[in-house]
Design a binder for this molecule. Sequence first.
Ligand SMILES: *Cc1c(COP(=O)(O)O)cnc(C)c1O
Length: 355
Amino acid sequence: MPRPILATIHLDAFRHNLTIIRQKVGYSKIWSVVKANAYGHGLDRIWQSLMQTDGFALLDMNEAIYLRKQGWQGPILLLEGFFKAADLQIINKYNLTTTVHSHWQLKAIEEAAFDKPVNIYLKLNSGMNRLGFTPDEYPQIVSMASGIKNISSVTLMTHFANSDNEIGVSEQFTVVRQLKMDSLQHCLANSGAVLWHPETHADWVRPGIILYGASPSGKWRDIADTGLRPTMSLRSEIIAVHELAKGAKIGYGSHYTTQRVTRVGTVACGYADGYPRHASTGSPVIVDGIRTCVLGAVSMDMMTVDLTPCPEATIGSSVELWGKHLPVDEVAEFAGTIGYELLCALARRVPVVVD
Ligand SMILES: *Cc1c(COP(=O)(O)O)cnc(C)c1O
């Protein structure tokens, strides 16, 4: 028998979440962001459940080629653009839309031997200072790009740094509006902006994390009323049970000391499965449908949980680490991170099924 740990991918939740996003953005078109192997879910497993999307956005050329080979004929956007001029042959062959964020990329497109012109997303650095052209140089770059015969259309793209927090998008959005590029299509909104800044929806939106039913802010309560559903459940089982005396110590470093006689369970899941090691005592888990918590440090292959709230639990009892009954963001918050990181970090050794 394999270890009892298992990740389940909920395809109906993808369809449902895309529908919710569609309702939120109205006539704006949707790039479903499936970078990082669909946020750890496996692009091969999930892309068909997002067939109602208008396009797929990702980073890796191989993922783009994969989608084409699977028969996806709609738009595909490379969010970071291309990394070497030679990549342009792939962009041309597979009809990919590419981000352009640097001068050398524009020059490379101009000099490429294309049999058809390419659509580009011209990245504006509106304040995140990661990628893109400054607002000052932007209009000139637009007219340059429009004059290149290898380019068929230019879309203004920018990325918000604070769409999910109290700082908000107004400063960056003002930079965009002041450019008055009304002749260009605009693509601005990530998940946070899709949910909380409808004024930025424009022609295309780029939701990622909300497709996966987790929160852009890393806090589940911020999306609790949206109807978004988790797309991944990570489950395992209790493999040992112990009745510990008061004063017993649990796990590496003996960080936890029992305050009374305590029944504990050992769960077959550790940080080598992708469970965060920083989530120690107090991190929520569901045992046999009842919420309880981790006690002591999480080790590589196992963790210990409190069975006090679930006296019926025994060897073989089911444990949900995150998923349908326990938002991944709640676990992430406990570990000082965001759901994105946990989903993307699901370890290769964890078997995955779809339902
Ligand atoms: C990852 C990414 C997104 C999606 O971000 P979410 O916060 O997951 O919605 C959108 N746009 C760009 C450029 C990205 O890199």
